[in-house]
Every structure is written in C-alpha cells, then in structure tokens.
Design a protein around this ligand. Structure first.
Ligand SMILES: Cc1cc2nc3c(=O)[nH]c(=O)nc-3n(C[C@H](O)[C@H](O)[C@H](O)COP(=O)(O)OP(=O)(O)OC[C@H]3O[C@@H](n4cnc5c(N)ncnc54)[C@H](O)[C@@H]3O)c2cc1C
Length: 481
C-alpha cells in the first residue's frame, strides 16, 4: 500500500516524485514507456523561459518565473545542464514594436527580474546574424536552455535515492476508489493500492481522469510542433534564443541554441486529432524554414542533421490545471501542462505538494533526504591528464565507440546499469549522446547493439531501438553476428 501513486514520469511526474521524497511517505511512479521522459518531455525546445509572456496573474505566469529561478538551485543540487543564452523577441516594424512594448509591460507585471528594449544596431552587435529586417528586440537575459530529458532523469534518479519506487512499462488501464483507497490496475493485470493518486500523464491526463471521473474538468487538444536540428558545427550562429512576437498559437518558430552545441529551428503549432503519434511533414517543416528565416539571415540549412516533432498537452482550460478532483478526494490532476511546463516543472511540483496537497501539514520530513545527485562526468570533456588517469584505472575509457560525440565503451556500459539503466539504443543515446552526432548512429549503433546483447545476455534479434515493436532485426541471415 502506497501513500502516493504518480501516473507519468515526464518532467512533471519526476519532479513531483522528488518533491514528495522530502517527506516520510511511500511513493510509486508508474510509467507506460520503457524510460522516463519519452513523450512531451523529450521532444520540445528545451527553453527555460523568463516568464515574459503568460497572462498576468495566471498559474503559468507565477510558476514559470519561479521555476526559472529554481533552475539555478537545481543546477547545483541535481547537476542539470544549463546554458545561459538570454533571448531576443524581435519586431520588424512600428506595429510590431508597439506589441513589443506591450510584451515588456507583461514581463514587468509578471516580475521577470531583467529585461530591456534594444534597437537593431545594439542587438546586431551581439547577434551579427540577426535579420536585417528587425527594427527592435526585447532582451530577456534570464532565459536559458537545458536538456529536458536529463531534467526528468536527474529528478527521478534523486527521488529513487531518497526512497521512491519507479516502475517502467506500466500502463495504467483502470482506476477505482473504495473505502478511501485507490485501486490502480497496471497492464490490465496487477492492482496496486494507494491513499493518494496523482495524474501527471501529459497528453493522456484527460483520458486518465476519465478512467474514474464522470465529469472531467479539462479536455486535452494536442498541438504538434515540428523541428529541424542543425549540427553542432553551427555552434555560435546565434548566442541568444530568437523569438518572434507571440500569437494566440503560442511563442512561434524560434531559433534555439542547445546545450550540446546544436541549434533547433521550430516549432510550428498545429492542432492534431491523434495526440499520441507525433510525425513530421513536408508542409510543417517548410513553414518552420520560412518562419525561421524572418529571425536571422543566412541560416545554414545545409547543416540540418535531422527533424522531429512533439505534441503539446494544450487543454481547453486556459491555464495549467493543477487541482484536486471535484469527484474524489485525494485524487489530483495536472492537466494542460503545455509550454512553459518544462520551465515551471520544479515550481509545479512544489506548488502541488505544499499548496494543493498540503503534504507538509500531513507528514513528517524524511530525515535522510539528500537533495544532491552526482552526474557522471563526460570523458571527452576531461583534461588530458584526467583522461590518462581514468584509462589507467579503467582501460575501457580508452575505447571510443561513438566517434562523432567521442563517447567511450565505459560510459556506454555505465548507462546500461544502475537504478535507471537502459537496454535500448535510444536509451543509451539519451544517457550518453552516443549516436546523437553528425552520423546519427550510422557508425556506432551496430557496436552498441552488440554491447547490449552481450551485457544483457540477449539475442541481437531482441535488441530494440526504443519500444518493444522497434526491434532492429527481423531475422538472421547467413552472416553470423
Ligand atoms: C513542441 C513543444 C515545445 C515545447 N517547448 C517548451 C519549452 O521550450 N519550454 C517549456 O517550458 N516547455 C516547453 N514545452 C512544454 C513541455 O515540454 C511540457 O510542459 C512538459 O514536458 C510536460 O511534462 P509532463 O510530464 O506533463 O508530460 P510528459 O512528458 O508527456 O509525461 C507524461 C507521461 O505520462 C505517461 N503516461 C501517459 N499515460 C499513461 C498511462 N496510462 N500509464 C502510465 N503512464 C502514462 C507518458 O508515457 C509520459 O511519459 C514544449 C512542448 C512541446 C510539445
């Protein structure tokens, strides 16, 4: 019997799990995928927004400004990567300049700590590739970029150290409440019990609510966003994130430097019928190209190495929906956590735990809570001396498996093991960056596949790229592996 079951291990479920682990409570996180953050929290722009654009006095405004500040603490506690880029919102003419001044007023009301308006001349000294059609920019220096998957991974790793249980491949299929207890069915078989239930299921949050409630208070309308990724050889093309002026569709197509050196172009914003299967399209990516070109000149489109899409869990409730169920006490919904959900994730967790669920008033603190998570150092970032010392102790550091990103055999083996280890190609890529470089795994994937097969005593035929249905091979040929 658990005190809390959390459904969903995106950035929201993972941060809530960590926040709950500060207390003396038994917590379980159920995730249908084979890893943390495989859905919305994996496919987004990675921006920790300043909080300049949500509607004043909304939860989005309050939690994004607070969340942005919390990232500074989390960089120290969880060793989450942060790139302090700053951002420019651009205007091209007098009418857009008026909107820029209005946006600056919103930033002030939302208590964004720093912002200023620059003219083209000042802005282009900082960003030489800024489009010459730009007349003014709103500069937002507290905007930064993180690595979203690692935010969830770090929060969950820390939660597990502090006593939380995590079950992957666990699809919640039914929920009922009897005698003050929730009975949660997983994969149509096991039934788990808990006193409280937290629905952090992203685009599925309304479907989860409808497993138990008659009148669900919010409806998710998935909004797709598509991207191009430019190779890290373009690092420095822009230092700031470039935003157009926001519209009712969102923040628009952006140019966003990433923590590992790549640059993202995108996203567009299209309402989709199927909120579970993000796909890219020629039309969507053409829109991205055209709109990115309004922000900067000479974008190196010849450096595109891949494209991807994500689906936002936008709801018909005009703000984050973070409330106790109207029908069942101790059931809590996190609905409509679209952008700026990544920015706000640590603040959302604190708000839910302390202000909505009042856990601090019901339970004692966990005396053994350790807020720190140690990240493994990336071998290629060490000094020559440090590298040689490590290789002396562990020769597998001397064998580079991914040539583009310079990832060693030892780092790949480490990523396979531990409480949040992985035995898929994509799982290893997310943990180490092996396969994320220029050749996109063309060189190292086959080597990693063989390592997984050996390490987990599997047939190569059973090694998957990601989900169960994405096995790499269909059958053996005459070539012996
Ligand atoms: C295109 C795009 C761009 C964005 N850009 C930004 C940005 O730059 N900055 C920003 O702040 N925000 C951004 N966002 C928003 C941000 O990504 C989300 O707010 C955040 O990731 C939401 O996290 P989550 O944990 O609620 O959802 P998710 O990451 O989707 O997690 C929900 C989890 O629930 C699991 N689940 C669902 N159903 C079940 C079930 N039945 N049983 C068990 N588990 C289940 C899913 O598998 C999933 O892992 C963007 C979003 C998109 C799509």
């Amino acid at each position: 019997m658990y005190d809390y079951i959390i459904i969903g291990a995106g950035v929201i479920g993972s941060c809530i799990a960590r926040e709950l682990s500060r207390f003396n409570v038994k917590v379980l996180v159920l995730e249908k995928e084979n890893d943390v953050a495989n859905v919305q929290s994996l496919a987004n722009s990675a921006i920790v927004h300043s909080g300049h654009n949500p509607e004043p006095n909304s939860l989005k405004a309050k939690l994004s400004v607070w969340g942005n500040k919390l990232y500074e603490d989390m960089e120290k506690e969880l060793e989450i990567p942060l790139l302090r880029t700053g951002a420019f919102v651009v205007a091209h003419n007098k009418a857009e300049e008026e909107q820029l001044f209005e946006l600056a007023k919103t930033a002030k009301i939302n208590q964004v700590p720093e912002f200023s308006i620059l003219d083209y001349k000042e802005a282009s000294l900082i960003e030489p590739n800024l489009s010459k059609s730009v007349t003014k920019v709103l500069s937002l220096p507290t905007t930064k970029v993180t690595y979203p998957w690692e935010v969830a991974f770090a929060a969950m790793e820390n939660a597990i150290i502090n006593g939380v249980e995590f079950k992957k491949n666990s699809l919640v299929t039914a929920i009922r409440k009897e005698n003050d207890k929730f009975y949660v069915t997983v994969n149509n078989s096991d039934i788990l019990e808990s006193v409280h239930l937290i629905n952090a299921a992203g685009v599925a949050s309304d479907d989860i609510a409808s497993l138990i409630e008659k009148n669900v208070q919010f409806k998710i309308k998935g909004r797709k966003g598509e991207y191009f990724v430019l190779d890290k050889r373009v690092k420095g093309f822009v230092k700031n994130i470039l935003y157009p002026l926001p519209t009712e569709l969102g923040k628009g197509v952006l140019i966003t430097p990433q923590v590992h050196g790549e640059i993202l172009l995108g996203p567009n914003s299209l309402e989709v019928e199927d909120k579970y299967h993000p796909t890219t399209s020629y039309e969507g990516l053409t829109y991205v190209k055209d709109h990115a070109s309004m922000l900067a000149d000479n974008i190196p489109f010849n450096q595109i190495i891949r494209s991807f899409a994500g689906i936002r869990s936008t709801s018909d409730y005009d703000d984050f929906y973070i409330k106790e169920s109207l029908e069942f006490a101790n059931l809590y919904h996190l609905g409509g956590i679209d952008s700026p959900g990544l920015t706000a994730c640590f603040a959302i967790a604190k708000y839910l735990v302390n202000d909505v669920m009042n856990v601090n008033k019901k339970y004692a603190l966990n005396p053994g809570f350790n807020p720190y998570r140690k990240k493994r150092k990336m071998f290629h970032r060490l000094s020559q001396e440090e590298k040689q010392d490590l290789i002396k102790d562990e020769p597998l550091y001397g064998n580079i498996i991914c040539k583009c990103e310079k990832i060693t055999e030892k780092e790949i083996l480490d990523a396979m093991h531990g409480p949040l280890g992985s035995n898929t190609i994509k799982g290893i890529k997310k943990r180490t960056r092996a396969g994320a470089g220029l050749c996109q795994g063309g060189y190292c994937e086959e080597k990693i596949m063989k390592m997984i097969a050996k390490e987990f005593n599997m047939s190569p035929l059973d090694v998957a790229y990601d989900k169960e249905e994405t096995k790499l091979f269909v059958s053996e040929t005459k070539v012996k592996l």
